[in-house]
Ligand binder design. Structure first.
Ligand code: PEP
Ligand code: MN
Length: 365
């Protein structure tokens, strides 16, 4: 069920309607839009139908609509305008006109490695630094990540270059630490249907990067996002990273058609990861260009300064120089679509009480 408030409805009227819904034992999710606020109702859908008439009578309510799709809060029915995620104190956004570019190694291996890669991706214009601290590896004998030490290194990267930090949580314990250190919490393909972890990350208030499961349909991906949003965390970004098919010339098959399919159904941003999507260095840049052309809201790219020595995913990690060339290409492609690739991260500073933007941090150094 969805309540559409009148254009002129006051914040107080929205609050009273939410309180009424919660009083009936349901969850109310107010979603402010450019035109008016909608309030999603989740819980036992059948049961609230009887209360529809009473809801329509509440002050400020324009109409009460049944949402027939299985996903509610992710749906454009509930929120027509695209969700734009902000990173307070910076110019970084995801889902708006600007593309969000995330780059970094698969795993954080050493402080030197992380700082070396971060410096180069920042200089090339990335705004986000990715890196695994907790790695969900196929083999229990493979490198599992440095854990909290890696997160501390990433915090140092943010300090040095301003880059916002994205790292994966694989369970409850790692989630608490990733939430503490990172700016964005990644939920990996292998955990896309780990419903208790989705609920847990839904109770945090940091933006979530939700990667598509290896064999997940569009609806399953949206339902996974719904789990997170139903707990009150509406800052979800979807990520296409390839699915398993019969082909063997790439690690996965990057399904770029999911980008416009998601955009039709959902207001959530969607980015593309052509690194895991192809598994092969020479295919990452062409597919990154294609992802931007198809309308993705951003890219996640694995970059390593010494990929032959990488402890994970070296074969799909591109060199910093290749990343810089890719940025030049995607900048041109974005322009055709009336979008921009910002030139790196800018950090706000207070000058006499007025917020101003610094030069991009990496450039200023
Ligand atoms: C990763 O981003 O390093 C990763 C493990 O990705 P995925 O969950 O898509 O396999
Ligand atoms: Mn990887």
């Amino acid at each position: 069920m969805l309540i559409v408030m009148k254009k002129q409805a006051s914040a107080e009227e929205v609050r009273v309607v939410c309180e009424h819904i919660e009083g009936l034992g349901f969850r109310a999710h107010p979603m402010p839009g450019a035109q008016r606020t909608a309030i999603g109702i989740t819980g036992n859908q059948g049961a609230i139908d009887q209360g529809q008439g009473a809801l329509e009578e509440l002050s400020g309510v324009a109409e009460v609509i049944r949402v027939s799709k299985p996903y509610k809060l992710v749906s454009r029915d509930v929120k027509e305008d695209n969700t734009v995620i902000q990173f307070p104190g910076t110019n970084a956004t995801i889902g708006g006109k600007n593309l969000a570019i995330m780059a970094g190694p698969c795993s954080i291996e050493t402080r030197e490695q992380a700082l070396a890669v971060a410096e180069q991706v920042a200089a090339a214009g990335a705004q986000f630094f990715r890196g695994g601290a907790y790695k969900p590896r196929t083999s229990p004998y493979a490198f599992q990540g440095l854990g909290e030490e890696a997160l501390k290194i990433m915090a140092e990267v943010r300090e040095a270059f301003g880059l916002r930090i994205v790292s994966e949580a694989i369970d409850r314990e790692s989630l608490a630490l990733v939430e503490k250190y990172a700016d964005m919490i990644q939920i990996g393909a292998r955990n896309m249907q780990n419903y208790s972890l989705l609920r847990e990350v839904g109770r945090t208030r940091k933006p979530v990067l939700l990667k598509r499961g290896m064999a997940a349909t569009l609806e399953e991906l949206l339902m996974a996002a719904e789990y997170i949003m139903n707990e009150g965390n509406y800052q979800v970004v979807l990520c296409e990273r390839g699915v398993r098919t019969f082909i063997d010339h790439t690690r996965n098959t990057l399904d770029l058609s999911i980008v416009p399919a998601v955009q039709r159904l959902s207001h959530l941003p969607i980015i593309v990861d052509p690194s895991h999507g192809t598994g092969k260095r020479d295919k990452v840049v062409p597919l990154a260009r294609a992802a931007v052309a198809v309308g993705a809201d951003g890219l996640m790219i694995e970059v390593h300064h010494q990929p032959d020595k990488a402890l994970s995913d070296g074969a799909q990690s591109i060199y910093p120089d290749q990343f810089a060339d890719m940025m030049a290409d995607v900048r041109q492609i974005a322009r055709i679509l009336h979008r921009d690739v910002p030139d790196g991260i800018q950090i706000e500073r207070e000058t006499d009480g007025v917020a101003a933007m610094n030069e991009p941090v990496a450039k200023a150094r």
